[in-house]
Design a protein around this ligand. Structure first.
Ligand code: KG4
Ligand code: ZN
Length: 343
């Protein structure tokens, strides 16, 4: 089976072709980061319009790279939600139209299911069950992944996502958008112990997170003194140190509570070097293996959607499925509420 994956939930247009026999054949991506940078964040209307411009050329590129034709595709997997409604509609309408035109099934995939299964595209891959720490610009969640379609939310942020906190703090420090990577670079020149920031909800007794207070604490620090290049770096260090400690400790708590020994880190913040070093060090001391999918599978991409579609198709009887004649998107969608196709 050859599955075409289409991801358009936010500011990346991602396309991929995944073969259930040969694995990932090709994937293509266009990131809109440059376009949104001058506005300091994602502008939904601009995002939708750009997806429209990119999606068909990217599908053609992916077909060319995989040496396939449109009629070789057996099913389509598109991101149905959560995300920006207008952006999602672009992928859903293309997915449904191709499904109708080619007479093949279309599956609406939950974006976070894509992220949770994406580590299986990497090598070495974890085996079920594992704990996933999902840390992106929009999400901060700890999930228990027992198998395809078997996801249990263990904890999540009660306010800002970790990536969002990085971006907002970076903005306060005069760094560009998105600022996570730049803040992390600046933190390398920072010194430990110059500033102490709180560890929000570290001892809350549950697996939830809160990051909006940290950003406010940084603002208070900035307003309290004259900011030099060194103090900016020291503040960046203190901020990153606080976020990394909380993410690490809660991940370890999730592992110890469930008795699982594999941790997968997905989402853009998973690129953070200090988080990786700290997690790897702490996990090794308690016999836990940490998996970091390649960055291209960590951030938004079409491969994870095609792969999630392939996994779904393997457990479903699609002989009675009709090609799509309509489509819906779910801008807000709880992962634990997804309907599994009938087996
Ligand atoms: O998963 P992702 O590419 O996109 C979505 O949010 O869907 O994550 C992007 C987030 C941004 O907030 C960005 O600032 C953050 O990941 N990020 C980082 C680093 N690289 C990207 N945060 C901290 N350290 C990094 N090195
Ligand atoms: Zn994402």
């Amino acid at each position: 089976m050859l599955i075409l994956g289409i991801e358009t939930s936010c500011d990346e247009t991602g396309i991929a072709l995944f073969s259930t026999k040969q694995g990932l054949l090709s994937h293509t991506l266009h990131s809109q980061t440059e376009m949104h940078r001058e506005y300091g964040g994602v502008v939904p209307e601009l995002a939708s319009r750009d997806h429209i411009r990119r999606v068909l050329p990217l599908i053609n590129q992916a077909l060319l790279a995989a040496k396939c034709q449109l009629h070789d595709i057996n099913a389509i997997a598109y991101t149905q939600g959560p995300g920006l409604a207008g952006a999602l509609l672009v992928g859903a309408s293309i997915g449904a139209s191709l499904s109708f035109a080619l007479g093949i099934p279309a599956l609406g995939i939950h974006h976070l299911e894509g992220h949770l299964l994406s580590p299986l595209l990497s090598s070495p891959a974890p085996s079920f069950p594992f704990i996933a720490l999902l840390v992106s610009g929009g999400h901060t969640q700890l999930m228990q992944v027992d198998g395809v379609g078997q996801y249990k939310l263990l904890g999540e942020t009660v306010d800002d996502a970790a990536g969002e906190a990085f971006d907002k703090t970076a903005k306060l420090l005069g760094l560009g958008y998105p600022g996570g990577a730049a803040l992390s670079q600046l933190a390398k020149q920072g010194q430990r112990g110059q500033f102490k920031l709180p560890r929000p909800m570290l001892n809350s007794g549950d697996l939830n997170f809160s990051f909006s207070g940290l950003k406010t604490a940084v603002l208070t620090l900035i307003n309290r003194q004259e900011i030099t290049q060194q103090s900016r770096a020291d503040i960046a260090f203190a901020f990153q140190d606080a976020v990394v400690e909380v993410l690490t400790e809660k991940s370890l708590a999730a592992l110890s509570q469930t008795g699982l020994t594999q941790l997968v880190v997905a989402g853009g913040v998973g690129a953070n070097e200090q988080l990786r070093n700290n997690l790897t060090l702490k996990a090794a001391s308690v016999g836990v293996t940490v998996f970091y999918p390649e960055l291209e599978f960590c951030t938004d991409n079409g491969a994870m959607i095609a792969f999630a579609g392939a996994m779904r198709l393997q457990t479903a009887d699609i002989s009675s499925w009709e090609p799509a004649s309509s489509f819906t998107v779910n801008a807000r969608w709880n992962l634990e509420m997804i309907d599994l196709p009938d087996a």
